[in-house]
Design a protein around this ligand. Structure first.
Ligand SMILES: Cc1ncc(COP(=O)(O)O)c(C=O)c1O
Length: 462
């Protein structure tokens, strides 16, 4: 029997709890595990060193932990993959994929599509891991692939501008090269990249999976065949998820679908109102007309999500300073709404070219919509936009480019046929879970509500 994502989110990784006679997730903090049979312990250690998921004894917490293993099992179930491997943070997860896919295979070239989270962009740009990167638009992936390309990296929706990447098309272009999709913004509730051919599905669990702003963690969902190398990297680098973090992330999964859908409905309401606010020059939200040119919502994503970005006509930093309810902080996916200035914070270290191609402008703000009443959020946004409306634009220092010059492709591959793979999971990619206005309906809503919307007194547009 196949259960819906709501049911799986509640029950995943808990099948044996009744048998164990417990209701809450067991939490094991042990760093070491007593074993009188040292020969058997040695065999277990050898199995973990070879990338095994389990063995006769955990031996030591850096090799295995039952609490984090349960979370991995649950996340794999939600992403529709054989395995998942957890890490100390989202950045540790991304680093481990780069190490497994590029360093362990001696294919030290990466093809990446901007925008990406600023940390990922910076990690790739500065060549910290000894990798070179070619930055491309999503339609140029095939041409950038070289014999030594180990990984294609995309993020969709992209941080911070919510740019959507057609995963199936990128996978076809990549050919034999594995594709990493950072699924942090969409969550498994709205998108399952592995079902579209992605080899590695990465989450910063710090965000929606945990959902309450109190746990740092990362996870990679993938086939078992790829998971072994990730576990080997994790054992050697020690970038393990703490058991308490594993417990909190697993607990967060149960409410993930409810949280994502509630926040998404509010985000859609706010996006429509922001689009007609005179303090805003542009709204980036996949559910607004014109923001999904490839028609990915309903086909690749089950809804436009709960992240919004917008460009202010006045000083964006002053807008944040004037907010009274919305939390002015980096990170996202928490129960409370968070807002931040990407050029000053999350994407500060992205070089000037990356900022330009990624659309990270000085007036851009990124907002993670939380679970507050939409009217309270709107009132706060509206008063802050008005308060800051007359001030000049903040000057954002162009961060000095520290990036290693990316190597140009020396052996360009023939462009692969770019076509959208027939989606074998069309049934699960049902219509978006919220009604996003069609262009005509949007125009009507705008003309009907704009006068009220700019006054902050508009009813929720249909
Ligand atoms: C899309 C995305 N991926 C990865 C990361 C890194 O995650 P972490 O902060 O858990 O290392 C972030 C952090 O903001 C992110 O937004």
């Amino acid at each position: 029997m196949t259960y819906s994502v709501d049911t799986r989110a509640v029950h995943a990784g808990r099948a044996d709890l009744a048998e164990l006679g417990v209701h809450a997730l067991p939490l094991d903090f042990s760093t070491t595990y007593p074993m009188h049979d040292q020969v058997a312990a040695g065999a277990a250690l050898g199995a973990f060193a070879d990338g095994a998921a389990t063995a006769a004894t955990p031996v030591y917490q850096r090799l295995y932990n039952p609490t984090t293993a349960r979370f991995e099992q649950a996340l794999a179930e939600l992403e529709g993959t054989e395995a998942a491997v957890s890490f100390a943070s989202g950045m540790a997860a991304i680093t481990a994929v780069l190490q497994a896919a590029c360093l362990m295979t001696e294919r030290r070239h990466v093809v990446a599509v901007r925008p990406l989270y600023g940390g990922t962009d910076h990690l790739l740009s500065i060549g910290l891991l000894g990798l070179s990167v070619t930055w491309v638009e999503q339609d140029e992936v095939a041409r950038a692939i070289r014999p030594d390309t180990g990984l294609v990296v995309v993020e969709t929706p992209g941080n911070p501008t919510l740019n959507l990447v057609d995963i199936a098309t990128v996978v076809i272009q990549a050919g034999d090269v594995p594709v990493l999709v950072d699924n942090t913004f969409a969550t498994p509730v709205l998108q399952n990249p592995a079902r579209l051919g992605a080899a590695y599905v990465v989450h910063s669990g710090t965000k929606y999976l945990g959902g309450h702003g109190d746990v740092l963690g990362g996870v990679v969902a993938c086939a078992e065949q790829r998971a072994g190398a990730l576990r080997q990297v994790r054992i050697l680098t020690g970038a393990v998820l703490h058991p308490l973090a594993g417990y909190l992330l697993h607990r967060g999964l149960a409410t993930l679908p409810l949280r994502v859908r509630a926040a998404q409905a509010t985000a859609a309401t706010l996006a429509v109102r922001l689009a007609v606010h005179k303090g805003i020059s542009k709204v980036h939200y996949p559910g607004l007309p014109g923001n999904d040119p490839r028609g990915l919502i309903g086909r690749q994503m089950r809804g436009p999500g709960a992240m919004i970005a917008f460009e202010t006509t006045g000083d964006a930093a002053a807008v944040v300073a004037a907010l009274r309810l919305i939390t002015p902080a980096v990170s996202l996916g928490s129960v409370d709404s968070l807002i931040e200035h990407p050029a000053l914070l999350t994407h500060r270290l992205v070089d000037a070219e990356g900022k330009e191609t990624g659309g990270i402008t000085p007036n851009l703000l990124r907002m993670s919509v939380g679970l507050e009443d939409p009217e309270d959020l709107w009132a706060d946004l509206d008063q802050a936009l008005r308060a800051a409306g007359t001030r000049a634009t903040v000057a954002v220092d162009a961060h000095a480019a520290t990036a290693a010059v990316p190597a140009e492709p020396t052996v360009p591959a023939e462009p692969a046929a770019v076509a959208v793979a027939a989606d074998p999971h069309a049934a699960v990619l049902a219509a978006p879970v919220i009604a996003v206005p069609e262009p005509e309906a949007f125009a009507e809503a705008v003309s009907a509500t704009s006068a009220q919307a700019v006054n902050g007194s508009a009813p929720v547009p249909a």
